[in-house]
Design a protein around this ligand. Sequence first.
Ligand code: CMC
Length: 428
Amino acid sequence: MAETLTITDNRTGKQYEVPVTDGVIRATDLRQVKSGPDDPGLMTYDPAFMNTASCRSRITFIDGDKGILEYRGYPIEQLAEGSSYLETAYLIVVGELPTSDQLESWKGAITRHAALPENIEKLMEGFQQDAHPMGVFLSTVGALSTYYPDAKHISDEQSRSTQIHRLIAKVPTIAAYAYRHGIGQPLNQPDGNLSFTGNFLSMLFQTKEAKYKVNPVLEKALDVLFILHVDHEQNCSTSAMRGIGSSQVDPYSAMAGAAAALYGPLHGGANEAVLRMLNEIGHVDKVPAFIKRVKAGEGRLMGFGHRVYKSYDPRAKIIKRTADEVFEVTGRNPLLDIALELERIALQDDYFVSRKLYPNVDFYSGLIYEAMKFPVTMFPVMFAIARTSGWIAQWQEMVLDSEQKISRPRQIYLGSARRDYVTIAKRT
Ligand code: CMC
């Protein structure tokens, strides 16, 4: 028997049967519920989309209460253990793990597209040296739309596939250039003989004097961090990607908007904010006073809390382990003690326990990035490099979904009733 929800409208005494499919009702089915002939029909009010599904998706599954995260059905723990960032990017975009031939051809396509067009490099030279690399990143991604006008053909599978390769391939180069520009150094060109993360590290840290030797532990740690950041279903930046993309604009323009959404301190900018917070606290002894201020509403414990996870973020668990491996190479980050003390106190304090606030992905990732010598302003950019594959997988799913239309929420109008214009001379 089909599942339905029976709604009784006490205003009119009428009853309605609304179908329930996959555990949801369609909000538009409520439009039939009217209090009278002039009523346009019932709507739902859901600021911040706390309880509204905007799409059907087959990409990422999260169970926030149990702390489960899966990409295309594969548990994040298994991918972090056995996969690589590029293989996971293939999985997220295509839907299945690649065969070795498919993986080789995917890697080949990504490697071929890694360099930036000369005009784009010139454009990047125009940014101020102290420009925030995330601002440089999102502007440059948007600027790529001017260089690849073929990207407008979003219904053409071949064109989509080319833009997907270009985006995954070019984001590390853009990120590396944003960093090199900030330290007043020229861009190191991509090296196709290195791995995805090895090449990224080399573009960042190669000097004229000596060839940069990629440390395999750091290369692997960065790869794990990238895997953990690939996708996270309908978060703020992914919703931006889908929302902007729903106007049928090219994926570079849509992704510039997604990156802008990620930049904020409540989202991907949180990893940068965590490091600033740890530095500001400065010493383990000052942790209790800081927690007291957070509880008094004078700021947030950055890197804690999540809209969906109401238990320990599974990504944070893996990152904590990765941090130990990295610190064996780089030496222990002295801020780790402050972070551990914050976590220890918060996990037994009723304020955090009752609100189900646990460390999220951003709490420990910044400590690793800092130990690897990335400046804090690069932290959200690292998030953006990895999230690119998730954004474009979600964008592609949206483009191919016949149920999707241009994104256009409704509102409850509470402004003035109709009134007549008054000339300025007559206004009091
Ligand atoms: N520190 C202190 N209190 C908090 C925190 C925090 N980090 N997060 C939430 N709360 C409190 C909040 O004040 C509220 O308390 P009350 O009910 O008394 O008003 C309650 O917990 C619920 O918070 P909310 O703001 O309604 O929850 P939300 O789902 O809208 O926000 C969040 C989720 C991630 C934006 C929030 O937890 C936060 O601001 N965390 C710090 C920033 C951060 O680490 N962001 C990274 C998120 S993970 C990476 C990503 O995917 O972007």
